[in-house]
Design a protein around this ligand. Structure first.
Ligand SMILES: Nc1nc2c(c(=O)[nH]1)N[C@H]1C(S)=C(S)[C@@H](COP(=O)(O)O)O[C@H]1N2
Ligand SMILES: [Mo]
Length: 441
């Protein structure tokens, strides 16, 4: 063992004859954050990060997979994840017992999400009347109301307009609604999994509004879906002209049926229900409609029995996904805390992490690219001493808004029942035996 002290434990003690594969290993670990992660720790701590068998035996074991042909390439077909990843699925909430699957939702397994992009097959779903089966060659979008030239677009028409691709998160305003005051959910999938992030491709709403010509006094737009719920929302004209999109693709392919195929609205940074799926019409008016979705639903109880309407912007939020509820730490040592932060008002400017229940906060590493109204990934190296701990993250966005505690939110909101817009700081408890659990309380 010579001159190896700063190497990753995995690359230690390889026999001389394997210097080539060792060089390859080194190349893979020479990233600045990896070096930082290791250099902060004494070598004893570094060695405890990953338990490695020493690789003294020569020759190095050859895996059976190297000695046979692999399975043949499938000539045509859609690729699937490794069978060893079959536990990574979106799941319905286990908090509510839902007796039907029409007004339902499934949550994204964000504890397994490796980067800021959610794979299409793992994006959360929320629908009020099931998933319609819409033929793209029969789908039409109407734009009417206070416009000069009411127009009907086919999908073929729409695909010929100039399109843009943008990275944004999508979050249901009901995300976290079961866990305001008591720890009801076990995993981060259940507490925060009504959240996805993708690269969305479509035509800016402003392009089509320019074309149809807004009449003087136009102020609000109705977006309505072609599903059984005819889900609809009133959207202010400023948002429509700013960054609203008519999206037909996410993650480089046409939308999945459950996410609005063949066409949906996308309102960057706004609560998910404003991004109307299976979009069939946009009607222009001088006032909002005050639909069921903006009176009986998607309103927030306020003190003194008042209700807040049109709270569509998603405020800054973050959560630690690793470790998170249901996980088990393997004894004291160094852990890399990981999580996501996002804001519907802009980009994330910093994330703080606490490991002592909020007494002290440290700045986490924010991984780039940090984009507008998009998930940002953060990491923080933590030396767990083996005692009980309480870990949490706190996001700050580009407007200076600081993610509040639930107590702070409760000062000007009425937290009664299943309230929407829970963007409070969310703690996980780590017990002395390494169990991680929901610590909201
Ligand atoms: N037409 C239609 N659009 C809809 C809905 C719906 O039920 N019907 N659900 C809304 C809600 S509440 C959310 S959170 C988002 C979820 O989008 P996703 O299923 O693609 O994740 O779609 C919104 N758009
Ligand atoms: Mo939602």
């Amino acid at each position: 063992m010579k001159s190896q002290s700063t190497r990753h434990p995995i690359s230690l003690s390889l026999p001389e004859k394997y210097t080539e594969s060792m060089a390859y290993e080194e190349g893979a670990i020479k990233t600045s954050s990896r070096r930082k992660f290791l250099s902060g720790a004494a070598s004893a701590v570094a060695a405890s990060v990953v338990s490695t068998a020493s690789v003294n035996a020569s020759p190095l074991k050859v895996q059976p997979s190297s000695m046979t042909m692999g399975r043949p390439t499938v000539p045509t077909g859609y690729g699937m994840p490794s069978k060893y990843e079959e536990g990574v699925t979106r799941n319905r909430s286990d908090v509510f017992v839902n007796k039907q699957n029409f007004s339902d939702w499934s949550m994204s397994p964000i504890q397994h999400q490796k980067g800021i992009i959610t794979p299409n097959g793992l994006m959360f779903e929320r629908h009020h009347a099931g998933i319609p089966d819409i033929r793209p060659d029969q789908h039409e979008l109407a734009i009417h109301g206070m416009v000069e030239q009411p127009t009907l677009y086919t999908m073929d028409n729409l695909m010929r307009y100039p399109s843009v691709s943008r990275f944004h998160f999508m979050e249901c305003s009901g995300n976290g609604l079961t866990d305001w005051l008591t720890p009801v959910s076990t995993t981060v999938q259940q507490t925060h999994g009504l959240l996805s992030c993708s690269q969305w491709t479509g035509v800016p709403v402003s392009t089509l509004l320019d074309e149809v010509g807004l009449k003087a006094g136009a102020k609000w737009l109705l977006f309505e879906g072609a599903d059984g719920s005819a889900h609809a929302r009133s959207i202010p004209i400023e948002k429509a002209l700013d960054d609203a999109l008519l999206v037909f693709a996410s993650g480089g392919e046409m939308l999945r049926p459950e996410n609005g195929y063949p066409l949906r609205a996308f309102m960057p940074g706004w609560e998910g229900n404003t991004s109307v799926k299976w979009l069939r019409r946009i009607k222009v008016s001088d006032k909002p409609w005050h639909l069921r979705s903006e009176t009986a639903r998607y309103t927030d109880p306020m003190p003194e029995g008042k209700w807040r309407q049109f709270s569509m912007e998603m405020e800054a939020k973050s959560v630690i996904t690793n470790p998170s509820g249901g996980m088990q730490l393997q004894g004291p040592g160094r852990y890399e805390l990981q999580g996501f932060a996002w804001s519907g008002r802009g980009s994330i400017s910093s994330v703080d992490v606490t490991t002592d229940g909020g007494k002290t906060w440290r700045t986490a590493e924010l991984e780039g690219p940090v984009m507008d109204k998009c998930l940002s990934r953060f990491t923080y190296s933590w030396d767990w001493d083996g005692g009980p701990a309480k870990i949490a993250s706190r996001a700050v966005d580009s407007t200076g808004y600081v993610q509040p505690t639930v107590e702070q939110l409760a000062k000007d909101r009425a937290i009664v029942g299943f309230v929407q817009h829970h963007n409070g700081i969310f703690p996980w408890a780590v017990s002395a035996s390494g169990e991680v659990s929901n610590a909201i309380a």
